[in-house]
Design a protein around this ligand. Sequence first.
Ligand code: HEM
Length: 442
Amino acid sequence: MKQRLHWFAMHGVIRAVAGWSARRGDPQARLLADPQVRADPVAFYEELRAQGPVIRSRAGYLTVDHAVAHELLRSDDFRVITLGANLPAPLRWLERRTRDDLLHPLRPPSLLAVEPPEHTRYRKTVSSVFTTRAVAALRDRVEDTADGLLDGLAAGPGVVDVVERYCGQLPVAVIGDILGVPDADRPKILEFGELAAPSLDIGLSWPQYQQVQHGIAGFTRWLADHLRQLRAHPGEDLMSELIAVSDNGERLTETELQGIAGLVLAAGFETTVNLLGNGIRLLLNHPDQLAILADDPSLWSGAVEEILRLESPVQLSARVARRDTDVAGTPVRAGEMVVIYLAAANRDPSVFDDPHRFDVTRANAGKHLAFSGGRHFCLGAALARAEGEVGLRRFFTHFPDVQLAGLGNRRPTRVLRGWAELPVSLGSSASGHPNPRFAQTL
Ligand code: HEM
């Protein structure tokens, strides 16, 4: 009963209102409830762009404008949102009375839901172990892991779901290595992640909500147990280091440690899977761009930026005004929310020429906001870029003749955008004889 009331407060009412508001043209509601918009958000982003840099909706404001998004993410007049905080007062009251104490990416102590001074303290703790040097040292490991997975693919049948067999496996193996997750636990972690992926969305149905809760509960239990084991038997991994720092230096509570470690682990594999899947799909749809990369492999890092720009794995974020302020001349009152469409800002024609064109040589692709900006800028960006670059290049090196073998299916999530399933025909494998055109190491 408590769970059902929590769903009602968090999602049920919004779901009902969104359907009604969408039919009346409310832009935020259409994004939630209009099947056509879900099928093709890009066309809708362009409709919104025509309405100006800041657009009013029932739930607050939204923007698809690059300059406004860039500014908002850095503004001290705004803070991150926390789960339930923006509900109308009676629903907020109900949400608080019925919530559980499981981890959630949008509830403190997750980094995504806190601001200074907590944010500064937590971020300093993670950054002290997750250093640029530590990430740079991981490149070889990313390459070995990718090659191991690709050799496994080459040994099997010619048509595979590349998301299941590769895009999903590489990030969890890499972040699992970094954080000391035993190999045997990885399938379980992937399953929890898959169940919990819609946790960033609002307006979930009751079955979706139950599925998310099931995933989050399993993940919370597993993580508590994992941290207990690492505390008793520390390893050479960054999670053991994080425990040591939190016990000695920064003195994090167990809940804080779990929230921080849980977010790094989940963010480490729930997003990069989409970068790899989106990248493979885009490149297979654009053989001319693949040929450019084959001729000049030094373009791979720029290609990853272009993939992040055009098919952003995290489509949106949101901020709440701390005080009465204005955004590009539109007054916004304290407590009002602005939804920032990162994916749409990444197609802003005032920044990117011919913005819908996929161009791996685009000089300013790196101006995208796919990793957000300001103090919440993605902490794993360097790792994600390395995984994207190595993962995609090695894939096309191993399978130079790979082709799509079906239309595939998009993930049902709205905040996260990627492929749930992408069948490909691998063609002959170049394993052992890497295609020299792709083979240059990073
Ligand atoms: C292509 C892959 C990735 C994308 C597109 C991505 C995107 C993002 C975005 C948009 C945010 C900020 C959200 C906001 O401002 O509200 C973020 C934050 C974060 N990401 Fe990533 N991410 C990726 C990979 C990773 C990886 C591999 C890790 C872990 C190693 C990671 C860890 C984090 C953490 C811990 C935060 C919270 C930072 C903070 O709030 O201070 N991400 N990411």
